[in-house]
Ligand binder design. Structure first.
Ligand code: PGA
Length: 252
């Protein structure tokens, strides 16, 4: 059975002190909540990953990185490898976030290399994709999403899918306050699951968690999460306040 997941993408927010404080509050709240079949993940900045791993200790909350380089090591100033992440106790990485695609030139081809490298290093990944507003206006959103998944993931063997979580994040809904309606999210998530089933098997498609991301808040989380193909959320802004993040976790 696929898992429900609530993941907090902190982006470039929180220094070390703030990281510790926020994580302690989240840890306390998650401990109190009786979570069934639900995984909680937080993705602080690179410099605070070590701190996060220490603060969270053996709690159920997992730590993810927001990015990594595909290379094993070498002359890539400012970059971080999978090995480095693993040595810091981080076994999950977010790849393909729309901000990485838009501001840092990450193409499907680059992401494919990152996916391969992460899986080679036995890491789990949260793979993000989603259309821009224009794609939706021109009714190209299904085609676009399909190509993003296909180009970066469909060369993988079936066994890799145990390590993959998908995150559908329509770019027009990220940080804008505008959310996809629960119906729009469900429609796309069902399409994604069918795309995976057609390429692989119904079982693989059924077992992959598909998260929705884009202005998820305590006020809309429950409705979005209630849709059958929405298995949780990738949360940006609302993951920076413990009370909001915990309320979103409770909504699942
Ligand atoms: P948001 O960000 O919740 O602030 O819209 C989501 C994301 O970028 O993952």
């Amino acid at each position: 059975m696929r898992k429900n997941i609530v993941a907090g993408n902190w982006k470039m927010n929180n220094d070390t002190k703030e990281t510790k404080l926020l994580l302690k509050e989240i840890r306390k709240g998650v401990k109190k909540a009786a979570l069934k079949n639900t995984k909680v993940i937080v993705a602080p900045s690179f410099v605070n990953l070590n701190t996060a791993v220490k603060v969270l200790g053996n709690s159920k909350i997992k730590v993810a990185a927001q990015n990594m380089n595909a290379a094993k090591n070498g002359a890539f100033t400012g970059e971080i490898s999978a090995d480095m992440l693993k040595s810091a106790g981080v076994k999950t990485v977010i790849l393909g976030h729309s901000e990485r695609r838009a501001y840092f030139g990450e193409t499907d081809a680059i992401l494919k290399e990152k996916v391969d490298s992460a899986l080679e290093q036995k890491m789990k990944l949260i793979f993000c994709f989603g259309e821009e507003l224009n794609d939706r206006k021109e009714n190209k959103h299904f085609e676009l999403v399909e190509s993003q998944i296909k180009n970066a993931l469909f060369h993988l063997p079936e066994t890799s899918w145990k390590k993959i979580v998908l995150a559908y994040e329509p770019v027009w809904a990220i940080g804008t306050g505008e959310t996809a309606s629960p119906e729009q999210a469900q429609e796309m998530h069902a399409f994604i699951r069918k795309t995976v089933a057609d390429k692989y098997t119904a079982e693989i498609a059924d077992n992959v968690s598909i998260l929705y991301g884009g202005s998820v808040k305590p006020t809309n989380a429950k409705e979005i999460f209630s849709k059958p193909d929405v298995d949780g959320g990738l949360i940006g802004g609302a993951a920076l306040k413990a009370a909001d993040f915990l309320a979103i976790i409770a909504a699942i």
